[in-house]
Design a protein around this ligand. Structure first.
Ligand code: ZN
Length: 396
């Protein structure tokens, strides 16, 4: 058994514990409390010193296979559609080895910044072995996209083959079927994904260009489809919001992880809550692409379950989830830091279906993180969202 002590323990499911201790047996937490509390186990105490012991962070939306495109948001011309075009242009040329090396570095970056689990969106599933070698728990969202409805059945058949290969029982990584976005997945393809129990995740209501395309069928996205040779595809704009459009296609599944949800009004928020959708807020990605910021308070008020994601290095500067916590807090200063910390831990664990993570409690996983401080912080939750806090793995 190992017993850790720190200036604070933040269990998430109960108030922070000053001078708290956490006992670990094997891979699980066996006891949490203060010295002298009932049931305190005996054993050597490993004092972590000034700082905060927290559950390992859960990054609910990331694309590790895009890590070789780091810095794209700064390089690409301004605007969401030019960024997508730059991404498509730069994505192809990288050699498989470059892509894998960048993916390996990105995994190390997640591990070194206190993240223990990730919702990883992938089109290629070419890095499952790297995920397996890592310390991370990973739910891979195998993402389909295709605007031409004539290709939907072929895409679905190919996906079934790939997913059958990825569903090997010896793999820790789970693979779930996902959709890219309402502006890149034809209604025919979405119907097929829904028939197969998906989408487990998708991008939703990210940019004003998406909202406009679904409302009126025109704008920068329509022009982009034309440049991609898809101008002939018949599409009658539904004239509703992205959230309402996906719901009408049966896509708002209970437990789905919807990334972004920046362009949402009150009715959208109520619908997301009613359908039991998790929203992965990705604030630094949204800032990088200048699409706005998810209305976190409105989503919470509607009862939407929130988690936090970095998104890929093609839109966010790093994969350090603490930086996203800090940005949410600075954008919504009146928001309780407890809510922000919950998004990055328990909220993500619930969204990814990992009930052993997200909180420090007896029976839960011992995958924790430590956030050192120069002295004992007076308010640990506020410290965690201050922008000055840096999480890392527990010292061995
Ligand atoms: Zn994304």
């Amino acid at each position: 058994m190992t017993i850790y002590s720190a200036s604070w323990v933040v269990p998430v499911t109960r108030p922070p514990i000053p001078g708290g201790r956490v006992a670990i047996e094997g891979r699980h937490v066996s006891w949490v409390g203060r010295p002298g509390d009932p049931g305190e186990p005996r054993g050597r105490v490993h004092d972590l010193g000034p700082g905060v012991l927290i559950p390992g962070l859960v990054n609910a939306h990331c694309h590790l296979e895009l890590s070789h495109l780091a810095g794209l948001a700064e390089r690409a011309p301004a605007g969401f559609v030019p960024w997508v075009e730059s991404l498509m242009a730069e994505r192809g040329p990288g050699s498989a080895e470059e892509v894998r090396a960048a993916t390996r570095r990105a995994i190390r970056q997640l591990e070194s910044t206190g993240t223990v689990a990730v919702g990883d969106v992938s089109n290629a599933l070419a890095h499952l072995d790297l995920l397996e070698e890592s310390h991370l728990r990973v739910v891979v969202f195998y993402e389909l996209l295709g605007w031409d409805p004539g290709r939907a059945e072929r895409i679905l058949a190919g996906a079934a083959d790939v997913m059958a290969l990825a569903a090997r029982p010896e793999l820790r990584t789970r693979v779930k079927i996902a959709a890219h976005a309402p502006y890149s997945v034809s209604p025919a393809l979405m119907a097929g994904i829904v028939r197969r129990g998906g989408p487990a995740a998708m991008h939703l209501a990210e940019s004003p260009e998406e909202t406009r395309f679904l409302a009126q069928g025109d704008g920068a996205w329509r022009a982009f489809l034309g440049r991609r040779g898809l101008g002939h595809v018949p599409f009658e704009a539904p004239g509703v919001s992205p959230v309402a459009h996906v719901d009408a296609m049966g896509g708002l599944r209970e437990g789905m992880v919807a990334a972004h949800c920046v362009q949402v009004d009150e009715a959208d928020c109520a619908l997301l809550a009613r359908r039991g959708v998790f929203v992965a807020v990705c604030p630094r990605s949204n800032q990088g692409l200048r699409v706005g910021m998810a209305p976190v308070r409105r989503l919470l008020a509607a009862g939407v379950r929130l988690c936090l994601g970095t998104d890929s290095l093609a839109s966010a500067p790093t994969l350090d989830l603490m930086a996203d916590m800090a940005l949410v807090q600075s954008q919504f200063p009146e928001l309780s830091p407890e809510v922000v910390v919950r998004m990055a831990t328990l909220g993500g664990a619930e969204a990814l279906g990992l009930p052993e993570l997200g909180a420090i409690e007896p029976g839960r996983s011992a995958e924790l993180a430590f956030v050192p401080a120069s002295g004992a912080p007076p308010d640990p939750l506020r410290f965690l969202t201050s922008g000055a806090a840096q999480a890392g793995p527990l010292p061995a």
